[in-house]
Design a protein around this ligand. Structure first.
Ligand SMILES: [Zn+2]
Length: 428
């Protein structure tokens, strides 16, 4: 045991000696597991960005909003100490969950849900400036180093314990792996939140906005937390709120921008309150919001219907998705959801068929086929169900249609075979 412990301590010392990184904003040193080069930082972001799009329901399609807000973000990045480091990229994610974040490499995100909840352009700038602050400070890299120390200590204890108990513990290696996976899901600490809040104040003031707008966002999240009934709000999980943050922001403004104290609202950008491009973006989002709320509710209902194996609620969810698609036809999420319902209905019907409940299977395949008339599969199985029920004329009609839809495919070939065996092979 003595030998193992000594080896582990030597390893820890090796880590500590070779590992000091510098915060790009204030040039202070922090513990890290090796310096991360700019190239590595960019590669990390490039590798992670596609996953983020997928995790948050893809990109929200509103070219006017993306363009206007993207310009603001570029202007903001121009004020960054790391302005030249990255090709800054701004994305509105299609998730209804209110959230904003930035990842290494200059990728900056806000969700449709949070954007719709903002009231002013200045508020948008302070939220995004805060997120940019995390990237400028390399907070995820710093937190990773911090977690690694924790992980290594846990690993050491594990090593010592296993030496005593002769158990093989996963210890060190697994701690490092877990820390790596947590890179973007870290909870920032109080000090980091304060540092980023200060960056939010800096950007808002540099761009002509009222930096105190930031406090409106805190009030919003506080309200959300109170209303949530204990459900964890994603943004609050990574950005812990405490009442000090509001006082700290006012203190920062008083210290760094005393000239802003008592300035009238109209003297801050965007100057024409309530009639600017930002207000129009929010109004458009606000009009779409009931449709997205319906979509979110139907998606929850669909999940439950599949879990319970109930077809009625599934059909209700499908009806809701169709209403959403009728309201906003170019939203791909709604069409994907309709497709998911179609697949689910088909699998319900397949289960009926396998159970030998051909009457219900026929009805369900017929419904699935009505929804997706160009898809040969439900029609083919509708034909099989009809055959089982002795309804050969309907089966023949279905198979002929399948042959038309799937001339070269395997279902087309199968349908022709069924037609032959039913003695109805004429005409293809
Ligand atoms: Zn934060």
């Amino acid at each position: 045991m003595y030998w193992t412990l000594r080896l582990a301590l030597l390893f820890l010392c090796f880590l500590l000696v070779g590992s000091c990184c510098v915060d790009p904003v204030d040039q202070t040193a922090y513990f890290c597991l090796g310096e991360m080069s700019l190239k590595e930082e960019v590669e990390l972001g490039d590798a992670y960005a596609p996953n983020i799009d997928a995790m948050f329901d893809g990109v929200y399609h509103d070219p006017a909003a993306a363009d206007y807000l993207g310009q603001l973000i570029l202007e903001m990045a121009g004020h960054s100490v790391r302005a030249e480091d990255f090709a800054w990229k701004f994305t509105i994610l299609n998730s209804s969950t209110p959230n904003a974040f930035a990842v290494p490499g200059g990728y900056i995100y806000i969700t449709r849900g949070l954007l719709a909840a903002l009231e002013t352009e200045g508020q948008f700038i302070s939220v995004m400036g805060h997120e940019l602050g995390h990237v400028e400070h390399r907070h995820s890299h710093q937190a990773m180093g911090r977690n690694l120390i924790g992980g290594i200590l846990v690993g050491l204890i594990g090593t010592a314990e296993s030496a005593v108990t002769r158990n093989r513990e996963p210890g060190l290696a697994s701690s490092i792996g877990a820390a790596g996976a947590q890179l973007f899901l870290l909870r920032y600490d109080r000090g980091q939140e304060l540092q980023s809040d200060k960056r939010g104040v800096y950007y808002a003031a540099a761009m002509g906005y009222d930096p105190a707008e930031a406090t409106k966002t805190f009030a919003y999240f506080q309200r959300l937390e109170e209303e949530s009934g204990g459900v964890q709000i994603e943004w609050l999980r990574t950005h812990p709120l405490n009442e000090n943050r509001i006082t700290d922001i006012h203190a920062e403004i008083a210290e760094k921008h005393p000239e802003l104290a008592g300035r009238p609202q109209g003297s801050f950008r965007p100057y024409r309150q309530g009639n600017d491009s930002f207000a129009q973006i929010i109004q458009t989002l606000g009009r779409a919001e009931p449709t997205y709320e319906k979509y979110d509710a139907a998606w929850t209902a669909l999940g439950k219907a599949l879990e319970d194996g109930k077809k009625g609620p599934l059909e209700q969810a499908l009806a809701s998705f169709e209403e959403c698609a009728a309201a906003i036809p170019d939203e791909p999420l709604f069409h994907t959801a309709i497709g998911a319902c179609h697949l689910a209905l088909e699998s319900f019907a397949e289960a009926r068929f396998e159970q030998g409940d051909y009457r219900r299977a026929a009805a369900e395949f017929e419904l699935a086929s009505d929804l997706f008339p160009m898809s040969p599969a439900p029609l083919y199985y509708y034909g099989l169900s009809c055959e089982k029920l002795g309804r050969s004329e309907e089966a023949v009609r279905a198979y002929r249609k399948v042959v038309e839809l799937d001339q070269e495919g395997s279902l087309g070939a199968k349908a022709r075979e069924r037609l032959r065996s039913l003695g109805a092979a004429r005409g293809r």
